[in-house]
Ligand binder design. Structure first.
Ligand code: C2E
Ligand code: CA
Ligand code: CA
Ligand code: CA
Length: 278
């Protein structure tokens, strides 16, 4: 009895310590990762559904870990949010995305906004609008070429968030609601915040062809957003049928593997350069 009890305990604590050890290690390594330039941004093109032109890019962070290789944001963003490191990472992402976009414009590529994902913590812990203003000034990027993606789960302190968003939109920065439809406060957002664009979550887009209620929801979101003067982009578009459905229902833009996954900045330069030459 004693032995098996001991074994159970060991197995339990071993697997437990493994995963929390892993988290602690990643957390610790994250502190040095910024100085060591281990984070990079990839960019996913966004296309106008009528003209087919690339009209924007979303910046998506990756961690080039010296031992573990490329780590996807889904693996380290939650840990960074928990530990508070998301503030430093978020600052880096914002500045790097603005710097890169300005560099593209300076190189003569057709100007378009870059979308940057914001974490809830970036709203709570800092004066976001003055931070954004100083990054824009430092990089020389015009505010209309920056779009900030917020999520519906940012349900804290509404007064503070809406004040902050108003300052940002007054500045000329765009605001998009990411993963639209997955949170419970979707409509609250549209009513209370100055939103320029919403991004239909890919879980709705995925089953447009198989699930009639998803098709209805997507069509309804587009119609409602347009009535409120809000632009709509669909996420996770993976095939032609989905694209045709979205086009038919007058969705404005699309983003997804069907036209391009997130790619390196060099690959974006090639795409934009080619578009520019034509
Ligand atoms: P998200 O903001 O919803 O970003 C879209 C994710 O969907 C990206 O995953 C992208 O690669 C993926 N995706 C794009 N097109 C398709 C498609 O057609 N099909 C499918 N199945 N997936 C597609 P990624 O890059 O792994 O990012 C995951 C999440 O990590 C993001 O979801 C976002 O919430 C978070 N994230 C990424 N970068 C940042 C960042 O700089 N700051 C913060 N706070 N979060 C970030
Ligand atoms: Ca996003
Ligand atoms: Ca999204
Ligand atoms: Ca999503």
């Amino acid at each position: 009895v004693k032995e098996s009890g001991k074994n159970d305990c060991m197995m339990y604590s071993e697997s437990w310590s493994n995963s929390s050890f892993e988290r602690l290690t990643l957390q610790h390594e994250m502190y040095r990762a910024i100085q060591r330039c281990e984070f990079i941004l990839h960019y996913q093109p966004q296309y106008d559904l009528v003209s087919g032109m690339m009209v924007g890019v979303e910046a998506l962070v990756r961690w080039r870990h010296p031992v573990k290789g490329m780590i996807a944001p889904g693996e380290f963003i939650p840990i960074a949010e928990e530990s508070g490191m998301i503030i430093q990472i978020g600052d880096w992402v914002l500045e790097e995305a603005c710097r890169q976009n300005k560099a593209w414009q300076d190189a003569g590529l057709p100007p378009m906004p870059v979308s940057v994902n914001l974490s809830i913590r970036q709203f709570v812990q800092q004066d976001l609008s003055s931070k954004v203003a100083s990054v824009l000034e430092k990089t020389g990027l015009k505010p209309e070429y920056l779009d900030l993606e917020i999520t519906e789960s940012m349900t804290m302190d509404t007064g503070h968030v809406s004040r902050c968003l108003l300052e940002l939109t007054d500045m000329g920065v765009g605001i998009s609601v990411d993963d639209f439809g997955t949170g419970y406060s979707s409509f609250h957002y549209l009513k209370n915040f100055p939103i320029d664009r919403l991004k239909i979550d890919r879980s709705f887009v995925r089953d447009i062809q198989q699930d009639p209620s998803d098709a209805e929801i997507v069509a309804a979101i587009i119609a409602m957003a347009h009535n409120l003067n809000i632009q709509v982009i669909a996420e996770g578009v993976e095939n032609e049928e989905q694209m045709e459905f979205l086009r038919k229902h007058r969705c404005d833009e699309m983003q997804g593997y069907f036209w391009s996954p997130p790619v390196s900045s060099a690959a974006i330069e090639q795409m934009l350069g080619a578009a520019f030459i034509q």
